[in-house]
Every structure is written in structure tokens, then in C-alpha cells.
Design a protein around this ligand. Structure first.
Ligand SMILES: Cc1ncc(COP(=O)(O)O)c(C=O)c1O
Length: 298
């Protein structure tokens, strides 16, 4: 699956450090921390016709990630929401939109790793694009990557940071293998998540997902767990091996990019693809848009 250029994004405006700029002029300084060291945090957020999905949860995670990394002068929640709203209104984007929200440690007075060189506060980028969910709902194929997901002893995956090279290396491996995404194990060899989404499986009517030890604790993952509880479906966070995924009745991934997507092949093994549970979850997920979308207030 390779995303294509969407003509509707040709003239979009991007919010960069307080200014709304045409995409061709939307640029940041070479002294910005994200250029120097990937020193930034980010969120991917969906906009549906009902509004911005799970906005508060995404902003909580962005602010928590920035706090954990000791960013200074983090913009307030109100300021971030204002920038998001201005961007959506300027682009007349009220559905089928994906927002890439990035908060960088900001500009440095000279190149270098030391955060004390950052004396101007954070940088905020709101990039909203026309982008319906990216994965093919008939199911995706994946391979297992040799690159491990970061355990807390390396770079804690509970921060949603921009140091994405391990995920990018995994994605390259899936590209070379001609499949859609890469499955990443944790440092112990248990399944963790895909390069850009969380993973679930079902066996004998029970839904299982890896503990959030090395994976990003995804907001869609959390919602899927809550939906299972509401529907009284058996669902547990456990350590899971590759063999358990190969022999599952259903495997699917979750994330803001692709919502809930079935996985039909892992490392050349066909997955049974029993959709009955996923269909139930999908109906409840789409129903949640009414409850969890924040209307866009211009
Ligand atoms: C590595 C990784 N896992 C999972 C997810 C899904 O998280 P969410 O459901 O919060 O979009 C993302 C999304 O950015 C991600 O980058």
C-alpha cells in the first residue's frame, strides 16, 4: 500500500509557529530541534463529519510526551486547539481529513544537542490533509521485521516522539518484501505492534493484544479495549508469540491512520480471517464518532 498524492491537497495551508502558510512556503528553521535531532513529539488525528475525533486524548498525550522530554514553554491546550481549528477552517476541511500535529523543542541558538540551546520555546506545526483511512479494508499483508520496538530501557515508547528510524527501517523491510506493513517484536521476542499501528488477535472467541510494554499505547487501541468491555467481549492484554498470531482466528490492527483493519497474511501464513468479531467492533467504533468527536468551532 503506497499512499498517492491527493489533488485536493495542492493548495492547502499549514499552521507553522503561529502563521498559516501555503504548503509551498510552510517551512521551519534549519536550527529547529526536529531537524537537528528528531527532537519533537507528534500526534495523528482524524477529522470526521461529526468533528475532531478523540481530540482531548491526543492533546493529553502530546503534552505528556513534551513534559516527559522536558520541553520548555509548551503551548497551552487552548492555543493548540485554536491552531488546529484555524487550520481546518482555512482549508474548509470538515471530513476525510488527517491532521499531523507536531510540537518541536523549538529553534536552537546554534546547532548542538544540548536543550539549553533552545531559548525560544516550542515550535507548533498543524498539517491537515485530505486523507481518508489509508488501509484497504479487505485486509493487509505483513511480515515480521528484524528491528525490535523500543523497550523502556532504550527509548520509552510511551512518549510519542519523532525518533522514528526503527519504525522506518521496519517499514523498508516490508516494502522490500512487497507487503503493507511490518510487525515488530519487543526485546524479549514477544509481538509488540506494527510499524505504525497496534495489533490485536482473536482465538476461540477471546480477543488478545500485547501489553503496552514496548508498543505505543495507542488511543485507538484503548478505544478498542473499552468497546470490548462495553460489548462484554472477552479481551485481555497478554504476552503473545508469533505462533499465536499465525494460528489466530482473526488478526487486526488499530490506529488513527487506518482505524480497524484486518490482517490476512503474516510471514506468508494465511490468517483465518473470521470477521464476525471485527464486524461487531467496527459497528461500535463508527458509532463512537458521535460520542467522541469535538465539533469544529470557527
Ligand atoms: C508506532 C505506532 N503505533 C501505534 C499507533 C496508533 O496510535 P493511535 O491509535 O493513537 O493513532 C501509532 C500512531 O501514530 C504509531 O505511530
Amino acid at each position: 500500500m503506497l499512499q498517492q498524492f491527493d489533488e485536493r491537497n495542492k493548495e492547502i495551508k499549514v499552521h507553522v509557529n503561529g502563521e498559516l502558510l501555503h504548503r509551498n512556503n510552510a517551512k521551519i528553521s534549519v536550527f529547529d530541534s526536529v531537524v537537528q535531532g528528531g527532537d519533537a513529539v507528534w500526534e495523528g488525528i482524524r477529522v470526521y463529519e461529526q468533528g475532531i475525533f478523540l481530540l482531548d486524548k491526543h492533546i493529553d498525550r502530546l503534552i505528556d510526551s513534551a513534559h516527559a522530554l522536558m520541553f520548555k514553554n509548551v503551548p497551552s491546550r487552548e492555543k493548540i486547539i485554536k491552531a488546529i481549528t484555524e487550520t481546518l477552517v482555512a482549508n474548509k476541511m470538515f471530513d476525510q481529513t488527517h491532521i499531523r500535529l507536531t510540537l518541536t523543542r523549538g529553534e536552537k541558538i546554534t546547532s548542538g544537542m544540548d536543550p539549553r540551546l533552545n531559548q525560544q520555546g516550542c515550535g507548533l506545526i498543524v498539517l491537515a490533509e485530505w486523507k481518508p483511512p489509508v488501509y484497504d479494508q479487505s485486509g493487509i499483508k505483513i511480515i515480521t521485521s528484524t528491528i525490535r520496538r523500543n523497550a523502556p530501557s532504550f527509548l520509552d515508547s510511551k512518549m510519542h516522539h519523532n525518533n522514528l528510524l526503527n519504525n522506518i527501517q521496519a517499514k523498508i523491510q516490508s516494502n522490500v518484501a512487497g507487503v503493507d506493513a511490518a510487525l515488530m517484536l519487543d526485546d524479549r521476542g514477544f509481538v509488540s505492534e506494527l510499524n505504525g499501528t497496534n495489533i490485536f488477535m482473536a482465538k476461540n472467541g477471546k480477543i488478545l493484544t500485547p501489553h503496552a510494554n514496548a508498543c505505543l499505547p495507542g488511543i485507538t487501541r484503548r478505544l478498542a479495549l473499552d468497546i470490548c468491555a462495553e460489548l462484554s467481549l472477552s479481551c485481555k492484554e497478554v504476552d503473545l508469540s508469533l505462533t499465536e498470531f499465525y494460528t489466530a482466528d482473526l488478526v487486526f490492527c488499530t490506529g488513527s491512520m487506518g482505524e480497524l483493519t484486518p490482517i490476512v497474511e503474516i510471514d506468508g501464513r494465511t490468517i483465518k480471517d473470521d470477521r464476525s468479531l471485527l464486524d461487531k467492533l467496527n459497528i461500535a467504533f463508527h458509532d463512537k464518532k458521535k460520542e467522541f468527536c469535538k465539533p469544529i468551532q470557527s
